[in-house]
Design a protein around this ligand. Structure first.
Ligand code: ZN
Ligand code: ZN
Length: 368
């Protein structure tokens, strides 16, 4: 599998008229090689060329781990001293032929640190942003990837089912977030959960990216919880909104509008439709109900090894959906100082439509 991915990447490198593609530890490195390293002061750089043997430059202490990859790398290792690190970069330059090369990088990932070391070792070469070399591969998920995401969704749902009975009036958002993280780990999420859960109650629920606070849950609150699990590197990213006791009529109304928008977005999914049309399908429900100006973000984002990847479900994105694309549908309405509602599902584009990986109820649940 990794071998096929690297081969496809190599074809993509030549198609884009690049001589090489250089990456540091990132979801892309994991996708291509199965290897993950912590980013630190000891650089790790992988360099792929259209036909040559790929290079992995890394510190000695990571070699044993690196050898577990099925990719046939030429390993260039260095010790704790700067001189041996410089020599490793020079060897990389030698292996690349010391010539003027156009080397693609991922601008959102490559650090100034590794880029400077590469530029010093390859002064004749130019480094160009080339995310598209890899994004077009990663954006289409295979069965194995979808299966991992399905597990990540089901772990997140069981963590929520275990957390709900523990929610009490008077509990703080932080206490609830901590409990949810424990339940995510107990339900089988990898220890690196994809993001810290958002737990936002009352007026805080009107902030899409609220950070859990010391605020205590109160009767009449809307409670937005945005959470996810990770399996084999793949993530889930769900949101549900609950009512604490009895809520105002207007809050119940926006709940039902968002629920309809979520359904409209999901129902619109099929290959060949644009991301923009999915956004419009969800957004038009909210606009028609008179809450358009309170839906202050895009309808969704791609999901896979990251929660920020394509396809972006935005009004201005004319990219067409293809089978295997996975993304979130997460419309919301946020009434300042009153409360907000978001309902987020994870969906996969199939040959003839779209399927939600999440099955957690979208009916308004009241916690008393
Ligand atoms: Zn989310
Ligand atoms: Zn999301």
């Amino acid at each position: 599998m990794y071998g096929t991915r690297v081969k496809t990447l190599q074809d993509s490198i030549s198609e884009k008229k690049l001589d090489a593609f250089a990456i540091i530890p990132s979801p892309t490195m994991f996708y291509l090689t199965g290897l993950s390293f912590h980013l630190m002061e000891r650089p790790v750089v992988a360099i792929f060329q259209p036909t040559e043997q790929p290079i992995l430059l890394l510190p000695n202490l990571e070699l044993a781990k690196a050898e577990s990859t099925p990719i046939d790398f030429k390993f260039l290792v260095y010790g704790e001293d700067e001189e041996s690190r410089t020599r490793a970069f020079e060897s990389a330059s030698g292996a690349l032929g010391h010539v003027q090369l156009r080397i693609g990088i991922e601008p959102l990932r490559m650090r100034a640190f590794e880029l400077d070391l590469l530029k010093t070792a390859l002064p004749e070469s130019t480094f160009v942003p080339a995310s598209e070399v890899i994004t077009k591969l990663r954006i289409i998920k295979d069965e194995g990837e979808i299966e991992a995401m399905r597990s990540a969704v089901s772990i997140a749902e069981s963590a929520m089912n275990n957390t709900l009975p523990l929610i009490r009036n008077g509990m703080t958002e932080q206490e609830l977030a901590a409990e949810l993280v424990v339940q995510l780990l107990r339900s089988g999420s990898e220890s690196e959960v994809p993001f810290s859960p958002i737990v936002a109650s009352g007026p805080n629920s009107a902030l899409p990216h609220a950070v859990p606070s010391e605020r205590m849950l109160q009767e009449g609150d809307l409670l937005v919880i945005d959470w996810g699990a990770r399996v084999e590197g793949y993530i889930s990213d769900l949101t549900r909104t609950f009512a604490i006791g009895e809520i105002e009529e207007e809050l119940a109304q926006i709940y039902h509008v968002v629920k309809a928008a979520n359904a409209a977005g999901t129902n619109a999914i099929r290959p060949g439709i644009s991301c923009s049309e999915i956004d419009q399908a969800a957004r038009s429900e909210i606009t028609a109900a008179g809450f358009g100006k309170y839906f202050i973000h895009r309808t969704g984002h791609g999901i896979g090894l990251e929660s920020h990847e394509g396809p972006y479900i935005r009004e201005d994105n004319l990219e067409l959906l293809l089978p295997g694309m996975t993304f979130t549908v997460e419309p919301g309405i946020y009434l300042p100082n009153k409360g907000g509602v978001r309902i987020e599902d994870n969906v996969v584009t199939t040959q003839d439509g779209g399927v939600s990986l999440s099955t957690f109820t979208r009916e308004l649940q009241t916690i008393s």
